[in-house]
Design a protein around this ligand. Sequence first.
Ligand code: GLY
Length: 437
Amino acid sequence: MKVLVVGTGARENVICESLKDDCELYSYMSNKNPGIAKISTFKQGDEGDIKSVAEYAVNNNIEIAVIGPEGPLGKGIVDELEKNGIKCVGPNMEVAKIETDKSFMRNLFEKYNIEGSLIYKVFDNYEDIENFLDNFKKDVVIKPVGLTGGKGVKIVGEHLKDNNEAKEYAKKVMDTKMGGFPQVIIEERLIGEEFTLQAFSDGKNLAPMPAAQDHPCAFEGGGGPITGGMGSYSDANGLLPFLSQEEYDKAVEIMEKTITSIAKEAKPYKGILYGQFMLTSSGPRLIEYNARFGDPEAMNVLPLMKTPMIEVCKAIIDGTLDTLEFEEKASVCKYIVPDGYPETIYGDEILEIDEDKINSIGAKIFYAAVNQKEDDKVYTTSSRALGIVGIADTIEESEAIAEKACEYAKGNLYHRRDIGTKELIQKRIDHMKKIRG
Ligand code: GLY
């Protein structure tokens, strides 16, 4: 069977790895990702140019396309491919709005009485922002409306001093059309621990994956600008050290209700649904949905999935998705990024990686936003370069493997050494204990 994976990063690299043994693999990517290039027949091109991707798929008799990033989903790549007879793992444009249109998502929660929402408003003028913030007694989060890969988000108490500073920043987001819209989202700031729950959906059935926790802040300890995600971990029991089975089940229930509601409101949602939750003292609350795998979180869960990915893709398409099995192992992913990321001056530098050494200590490598040029060398870009994953019985052991492996990538690079460490995990547990009172 011929399968096409669309996308360029580490998320797509791990998707390709999970498919490569069971199909004839093709890929369509903007940069030459060496991890994907060595296991697929590939074409380099703009993956957001959905007509060209469809043309490539048709010319190569592709039967199934798996869409990695949100950009092409938002442009209707699935509709375009389906028009050409190609089955897809990824939602149609109308329901990819669960990620690309935050009002669609919040309205769905309201209309169908789905629990776990939060206070949220979209603004397009400064006067309304001022009125709202002058009367709102809680801290807020400021977000651009369009897709920014998590960048541009600022939180009162972390990046902004108070709601007055939030007013100024909200104005800037709106005035500069950050994310592509002259609008800004203001949300209530939730207190708790964030976690990610990813699930496959065939339109009616949801198959959840192990929970994971990403680390969006650039610096160790949690400071610095928000990035696409600096690394993530998952635990052997599918939960997290601060997340109970009951809380996990509640998050699954919220996602199941979302899938049922979206089918009533628009059309069945087929693909991967990514729930970013805040675990609060009153249980999980939904911060946002993504219409695709998480990056880095895909690297935590896909290597542990026992059911072959190709079978999962077929079940999504046929509407026969069932419970999935995962290895009872923990995982830690650390992202190696150009020094200074997300505002790096070290893009386009040679990345030296000793793959043999990394493999010999049992870690996995997934290439991200890098580019293999004609000289065969791998160059950084201005975004994340390399996902390194350790898998073992415990988070602590997985962290040690991932950390050791990071020594074998050389250049003007940085990674967060604290992700997955015992100290950081204990902080999360203590934080939740304090919040629960
Ligand atoms: N881990 C953040 C994201 O995938 O959007």
